[in-house]
Write a protein that binds this ligand. Structure first.
Ligand SMILES: Nc1nc2c(c(=O)[nH]1)N[C@H]1C(S)=C(S)[C@@H](COP(=O)(O)O)O[C@H]1N2
Ligand SMILES: [Mo]
Length: 260
């Protein structure tokens, strides 16, 4: 299916101009794929006419986004556009747990022996202890997590801006992908523009406390611009690469971009 056909099926404020841009971009699709604009959840919400403020509109968006392919999404992402943030009063309590296994099988990671490995196209620090990560400048965000299984919830995460972490690790930020391996053998990967997005955080806390095991101790990469399955918990290694890495759900047919 052509990008034009996909986009013309979508109603929304800016659909017409986006289609026009996408047609222009389409003339050189591969070259532009990792260029300036890749779709955020916010951008998708706008395109699909959904405001993401309640579960019904989130579900409607999830249905519509299944008609976008990775190329169309990558073309539309705006790296400067921020996902919505929320007040403390809107935090969902209790925040849902989800994984490809039950809650009693959550991995136990020992903080004393834990090391985060950085591999691939990176020339800086390659092994990080938890103490070293905690010593880096921290930020927090209250954002909405959207799971493709049809639920969403607002949570508060704190941690290191991922762009800052990549810079300190000497990562080659002209590379295409960043891949994640997790303590539970989960894996996923993201595009570099999303890795560098201002709201992409390597989180060490949840709701002001050390990230509990169920939410990904010792760390979860939190991206409000991506769907839940793109947000890896229990990360043990990070690889910067130009080779398409795929991921646990992506290899079973979930949309790789998952930017929505
Ligand atoms: N390591 C790991 N990360 C993971 C998953 C998983 O099974 N293992 N599931 C993903 C999915 S599908 C969702 S919706 C979120 C759930 O995160 P939560 O338990 O903090 O709500 O984690 C994502 N990251
Ligand atoms: Mo999910």
């Amino acid at each position: 299916m052509s990008i034009r056909k996909i986009l013309t099926g979508v109603s929304g404020l800016d659909a017409a101009s986006i289609i026009k841009d996408a047609q222009k971009e389409l003339r050189a699709p591969a070259r532009r794929l990792f260029g300036k604009r890749i779709l955020t959840l916010g951008g998708l919400a706008m395109l699909s006419g959904c405001d993401l403020t309640n579960d019904k509109s989130v579900n409607a968006m999830l249905r519509k986004m299944s008609s976008f392919n990775d190329d169309a999404q990558a073309l539309l992402f705006d790296p400067n556009k921020l996902a919505p943030t929320y007040p403390e009063s809107m935090i969902t309590r209790p925040f849902p747990f989800n994984a490809f296994y039950d809650i009693d099988e959550v991995p136990e990671v020992d903080p004393a022996t834990y090391r985060l490995q950085v591999g691939g196209l990176a020339r800086g620090k390659r092994v990080w202890t938890l103490e070293e990560l905690r010593a880096l400048p921290q930020e927090s965000q209250i954002t909405r997590h959207i799971c493709i299984e049809g639920w969403s919830a607002i949570g508060k995460w704190g941690g290191v801006r991922f762009a800052d972490f990549l810079a300190r690790s000497g990562a080659d930020t002209t590379a295409k992908y960043v891949a994640f391996q997790c303590a539970d053998n989960y894996s996923t990967s993201i595009d570099m523009p999303t890795a560098l997005h201002a709201q992409t955080l390597l989180t060490l806390t949840y709701d002001g406390q050390v990230l509990p095991p169920k939410y990904g101790f010792p760390m979860k990469l939190r991206m409000p611009t991506k769907l839940g399955y793109k947000n890896p918990k229990h990360i043990v290694s990070i690889t910067v690469t130009n080779q398409y890495p795929g991921g646990y759900w992506e290899n079973q047919g979930y949309n790789w971009f998952g930017g929505s």
